[in-house]
Write a protein of this length. Structure first.
Lengths: 336, 359
């Protein structure tokens, strides 16, 4: 019991969670409406939920020592597809729209994964290219046209904005519940299943994983498909949440998602980190954005704070890694 | 007899230098650029007008400038994603300081120095703390952009001394070539000499190919990389001053996303993302290829969305084609080797059977 508690306290994710709670408390003491008003409470949970989904996908890819820069473009493309489906096929069942969005995202992810895995080219280059391509397709498809809230069925919109229960502390938005279920499933897969563990093995040492006989190509493709499908899912929910979808929807999300993962302790060098960390990172990033004006810092400084956070997180990880390394050496010396 | 059996690799240096050059990535990119220009010249109206060339070079100048240090950084197997944010920061500083009553030259110098300092911050985290440059520069991408936006908010400063804005927009007298090409040409020559003709430049390739080997050969890997990040920041700072003058506009979100355009052009120009390979002339060809393509397509009334798609496809093709070529070459070499071995074995068999029948 105490060992379990100690492990939780020592975990990298706990530090980020404490920072998140501290920010919420500080903002709430200055302006209680930050959490106690119905809107404040709802936004606190709702705003990070979409980025959380994308960040979980990014974390899975980064754990395999790759990176997916195309997620923002996938979100935009699937969000627009969602609107188009509702407009062009009147009365289409929302479940079909979800299936279509996730499938499109998965196919776009498959293209990334296949190019990365078969051509043996760094994912940075491939997904930089597909980021341009997917966004370009989106812009040429949508033009200056945009999806409006009135184009979407009200039931579908309610999914993006409604909650179970009502009032502060007693309600939880549907989107947050969906995000948490996806998060728990992804965390379970990565922690307990063979495929998930192999992703860590590949990220720690790709050459060793290959020699050991792990299906490296297939696993990398699966990671990219997961990232694409999650972004596609987030794209459909984006339409539900915001109602209006222009051709620049989701642009810049790739950096938010990668930032969330890195802040949450997922190492860019692969093989380290959890999706829980990435999720808390997403909450921290977007909550800071909302808390800054309350704390009295002009919200123009948001991005600077995000940058400082990312740098702080990777420096912290480096310091912890060095210290662990020294401790191990010291232990080895003692047992000798 | 045994030597023919063993030597199965094709000797690449058997070909004369000019033929090897013609087969290189750089030559392919420059050839493609020439083809594109000839094609656009003959079939797209107005592409041949001097004004097109002026605008093309003027607008791609920031990318051309930043691509030079970026080439060196990628050759050492690092990356700098923060260049466009440094450009934005330098632009805002130029504006804020000029509006605050500083003489323009002093404001510009401070902005360029700030760029160098920003590069030094990147270099510090990469070389002293020992963090991956991808993670560091994603962080500073947000940090520097955030400082730029924080300093100026959504306002813009548009009032600059006319002498300097006119200079930034001027062309070399008697030609349609913008004046910025003079400092660019000087910088390009300096970078080309630095990279291709000095021990420091050659050591960058060694670092990119194998950091440990480079270190044990007496190359100060950390110092070299630190210097490159400072160079990258300085050039981005200079590009920021130019950008501000060219459009008479200092804004926090200037040149947002340009880092990806720069990297796309550098990789298209034949620099390997794995490090250890690339040349300045190829990179200049790559930047101009993307710039000319965009300019030609715009003149042909193709939307910016299609240009975006084509840029992406070009980037992916440029890296995938390299691995397909590598794969094809290894297949060909293997087949050649097998054939030679078989031939050698055949001659060996006939001679050996001949000798066994003697007694």
């Amino acid at each position: 019991m105490t060992r379990g508690l100690g492990r939780i306290l020592a975990a990298r994710e706990t530090g980020i969670l404490i920072a998140l709670i501290a920010i919420v408390i500080v903002a709430a003491t200055i302006n209680p409406r930050f959490v106690t008003s119905a809107d404040g409470w709802r936004d606190l949970l709702l705003t990070p939920s979409l980025v959380l989904l994308v960040a979980v996908g990014s974390a899975i890819v980064i754990i395999t020592r790759s990176v997916d820069l195309s997620v923002g473009s996938v979100v935009g493309l699937t969000a627009y597809l969602t609107g188009r489906l509702f407009i062009d096929i009147p009365g289409i069942h929302p479940v079909l729209v979800f299936v279509a969005g996730v499938l499109l995202g998965a196919v776009l992810g498959l293209i990334n994964g296949a190019l990365v895995a078969f051509a043996r080219v760094p994912a940075l280059v491939i997904t930089l290219g597909t980021m341009y391509i997917y966004r370009g397709i989106n812009v040429s498809w949508a033009g200056s046209d945009r999806i409006n809230a009135s184009d979407l069925p009200s039931g579908f919109r309610a999914l993006g904005t409604g909650s179970i229960g009502s009032g502060p502390f007693a309600s939880i938005p549907y989107l947050t519940i969906i995000a948490l279920i996806v998060l728990a499933a992804a965390a379970w897969y990565l922690r307990n299943l063979r495929g998930g563990r192999e992703l860590y093995a590949i990220g720690s040492d790709p050459a060793a994983a290959e020699l050991y006989g792990l299906p490296v190509t297939r696993r990398i493709i699966i990671a990219f498909v997961a990232s694409g499908a999650l972004s596609g899912f987030a794209g459909v929910l984006y339409a539900a949440r915001y109602g209006t979808v222009a051709s620049n929807a989701g642009s810049g999300w790739e950096l938010e998602a990668i930032g969330a993962a890195v802040i949450g302790g997922v190492a860019i060098a692969g093989g380290v980190g959890t999706v829980w960390g990435a999720a808390i990172g997403a909450f921290l990033l977007l909550t800071i954005n909302r808390a800054l004006p309350i704390i009295g810092i002009d919200d123009f400084w948001q991005q600077a704070v995000v940058g400082a956070l990312i740098l702080g997180a990777i420096v912290l990880d480096r310091v912890l890694a060095v210290r662990r390394h020294r401790q191990r050496i010291a232990q080895r010396e003692e047992t000798r | 007899m045994t030597t023919t059996l063993v030597s199965t690799a094709t000797p690449t240096h058997a070909q004369p230098a000019w033929r090897r050059w013609l087969l290189s990535r750089e030559a392919a990119i420059i050839g493609l650029l020439a083809l594109l220009v000839i094609f656009a010249f003959t079939s797209i109206p107005n592409f041949g007008s001097p004004l097109t060339l002026t605008y093309l070079l003027r607008d791609t100048a920031p990318i051309l400038l930043i691509a030079l240090p970026m080439t060196l950084i990628i050759i050492t197997e690092e990356i700098d994603l923060s260049v466009a944010s440094i450009l934005g920061l330098s632009s805002v500083l130029t504006g804020v300081l000029t509006a605050g009553g500083f003489p323009f030259v002093l404001a510009a110098l401070i902005a360029i120095l700030a760029g160098a300092l920003a590069g030094a911050i990147n270099g510090f985290f990469v070389t002293v703390v020992g963090l991956p440059s991808l993670a560091v520069t994603i962080g500073t991408l947000a940090l520097f952009r955030g400082i730029a936006v924080g300093l100026l908010g959504t306002t813009a400063i548009t009032d600059f001394p006319e002498f300097w804005t006119d200079l930034a927009r001027s062309t070399i007298p008697g030609t349609p070539i913008p004046s910025i090409m003079i400092p660019f040409a000087l910088l390009a020559i300096a970078f080309a000499v630095l990279l291709h003709a000095t021990p420091f430049g050659r050591s960058l390739y060694a670092i990119g190919l194998n950091k440990e080997t480079a270190h044990f050969s007496g190359i100060d890997v950390a110092r070299s990389k630190f210097l490159l990040f400072v160079l990258s920041g300085t050039v981005s700072g200079f590009a920021g001053v130019y950008f501000t003058l060219l459009y008479s506009n200092a804004r926090g979100d200037n040149a947002m996303g340009m880092e990806l355009q720069v990297i796309a052009a550098v990789l298209l120009g034949g620099v390997s993302i794995f490090g250890g390979r690339g040349a300045i002339h190829g990179v200049i060809g790559g930047v101009l290829l993307i710039g000319a393509l965009g300019s030609a397509l715009r003149l042909a009334n193709v939307g910016s969305d299609t240009i975006q798609v084509i840029t992406g496809v070009l980037l992916i093709l440029s890296v995938v084609s390299a691995s397909v070529l590598r794969w094809a070459r290894s297949r060909r070499d293997a087949a050649l080797g097998r054939r030679r071995q078989a031939a050698a074995r055949a001659t060996l068999d006939t001679t050996s059977t001949g000798t066994t029948h003697v007694p």
